[in-house]
Design a protein around this ligand. Structure first.
Ligand code: PMV
Length: 310
């Protein structure tokens, strides 16, 4: 039986979330957690999704929309079964929905012999992302498709940030799942109330992303950490952090991290930490000791890939 398989990585936004929706630069990296999609023969379209390790299964609705959009654009019948298995906790800011729709788009394209590159797969994934949170910037889809580290600005071609060596980042989950859509509307209400102030913050955050990309590339984790702290302060000021995220950031700093911030839409989800070389593992253990799920992410991680099995 013909089987097409694809795997796409999770992601973390290093700097620039929320402001990227309005056109600021964001820096994002692919993470070593995957969503796997398989497409096999069936009489009609079926989507089954399963979460690995209790991480919350991806929702089938956005996936169905991606498949239908591809079937009409590339003229194939949407009659196959799509099975999804995710290692990415849903609603945690690690790009579960984007990784899912990128993996599905890649497996569906492979199954139907449609040759699509990373930017086309990201474009197809956006059909699902729009369903999930209406006005996605596209940064999640871009990095889950391309992998590595990506500097992203709405409407421009994503720029690959070349990392000459491996880098380690710590990721920790607050245990609080939340809806990106609600966080985005909270921020847009603030932007509408204070447009000029918001513009100033957006320019500052854009500059942070450009600087952060250079520091990540050169391995200057200390300065990267300082930028993370600044970016966290801005995100707190616009109301997307909360007590738990702030206490996780403080705990990381007290354990010797260079810097830490919430990552993704906030209001729960995850934090991202930059630490001195050799200290990352003790920060992971320290955060676990405080009851948070934490892991060390070695980057760069490759983007989506797909293949056929028989
Ligand atoms: O859904 P999350 O937590 O990965 O956040 C996405 C990042 C935002 O900047 C808040 C939204 C977007 O579309 O860029």
């Amino acid at each position: 039986m013909k089987r097409a398989v694809a795997e796409a990585p999770a992601k973390a936004i290093v700097t620039g979330e929320h402001f990227v929706v309005d056109g600021s630069w964001a820096l994002a990296v692919a993470l070593p957690r995957k969503v796997r999609a398989e497409v096999t023969e069936a009489d009609e379209l079926r989507v089954d999704s399963e979460a690995g390790g209790g991480s919350g299964s991806p929702r089938p609705g956005p996936v169905l929309e991606v498949v239908r959009a591809m079937s009409s654009e590339f003229s194939f019948a949407p009659s196959f079964r799509v099975s999804i298995r995710s290692q990415v906790p849903a609603g945690s800011g690690l790009g579960s929905s984007a990784a899912t729709s990128v993996a599905v788009a890649a497996a569906v394209a492979r199954y139907n012999s449609v040759d699509l590159g990373a930017s086309e797969l990201a474009r197809m994934s956006m059909v699902g992302e729009k369903r999930v949170h209406r006005t996605p910037s596209g940064v999640d889809s871009a990095v889950c498709a391309a992998g590595g580290a990506v500097l992203f600005r709405r409407g421009a071609e994503p720029r690959t940030v070349h990392l000459p060596g491996a880098r380690s980042l710590v990721i920790a989950f607050s245990g609080q799942r939340r809806a990106t859509r609600r966080q985005i509307s909270k921020v847009s209400r603030l932007r509408d109330a204070f447009p000029h102030m918001f513009e100033g913050l957006a320019a500052a955050v854009g500059a942070m992303s450009l600087e952060a990309s250079e520091r990540l590339a050169s391995g200057d984790m200390e300065t990267l950490g300082r930028i993370l702290n600044l970016n966290h302060a801005v995100l707190s000021s616009i109301g997307v952090s909360n007590q738990r995220l702030d206490s996780m950031v403080d705990a990381s700093l007290s354990m010797g991290a260079f810097g830490a911030k919430l990552t993704g839409a906030g209001g729960g989800g995850c934090i991202l930490v930059a630490a001195p070389e050799g200290k990352e593992k003790s920060i992971v253990s320290g955060l676990r000791g405080r009851g948070f799920e934490a892991f060390l992410a070695e980057i760069p991680v490759e983007g989506v890939k797909s293949w056929l099995e028989s």
